[in-house]
Ligand binder design. Sequence first.
Ligand code: DHB
Length: 298
Amino acid sequence: MKTDFCFPLTSPIMNACGVMDTTWEELVALASSRLGAVVMKTATIRPREGNPTPRYARFKYGSIQAMGLPNLGYKAYIKFSEELKKFGKPVIASVFGFNLDEYEFLVSEFQKSEVSAIEVNVSCPNAGEGIPAYNTKYLDEVLSRVTSIGDKPIGLKLPPYLTEKDVKEVSSIIKKYNVSYITLVNSYPTGLVIGEDEKPLIVPRNGFGGIGGESLKPIALANVAMFGKSMKDVYIAGVGGISSGKDVLDFFLAGADVVQLGTVLKENGLSAISEIEREFMDLLRGRSIEEIKGKALG
Ligand code: DHB
């Protein structure tokens, strides 16, 4: 199931950043699976323990989390990228900077590594103040810094936007720079789920957390469709609530070029991949992905 993306892929299905991709063991499991590429956990300069637990919970309509960017620090992921080469599939780095200098430093370090692309996370809801990509001036500055170093493709992981007007404004900023792909979307930044014990399901952020899974899917699909309309020259990775072949189909119909699995990998493990792939192949009914891309919207 070959696909068109900014580097060759044997499958258009990859993992979403942040799910089962923090440790060496988890990354080896992903690299040994049927996924077309492996996205590594968002790296910061220094290793981080992340927030106190419970910091992830499943609920009826999805997942809520406030992980707080637990990761081993960028040096570990640079080393992993060298060792993951032998699995023969593209490895994507993800980076988060607490300021412009950190973004620039992290991207320049990964530009010297073995990764195939660098996904710049400007949408983490659980670190720093606010969401970088919701501040358009700051987003512009981040892009100006990270797109002027090195030749590896730059991806941008965006948060959900609310209206077509917002999407047009953000697209006009992204278009000024050499961004190869956008990943749509990161968790809906601030949700609250209350449990049977009448308390929030998670502890950090006073119970607030990023929402993923089923609840996120219609929001993600709309963002894929809106950005697809306003940016023709950028590949789109669709992510948010994909747990079946029909979900994958919907993302391609909305205009995605590849898809990423998040909550479903956390809940069902790696066996979810081949099941979703098989269901999707059945629904394709012999058509190519190119034939169905964006077709829901005419
Ligand atoms: C975290 C980072 C993210 O980019 C995200 O969407 C959710 C959580 C984190 O580790 O806190």
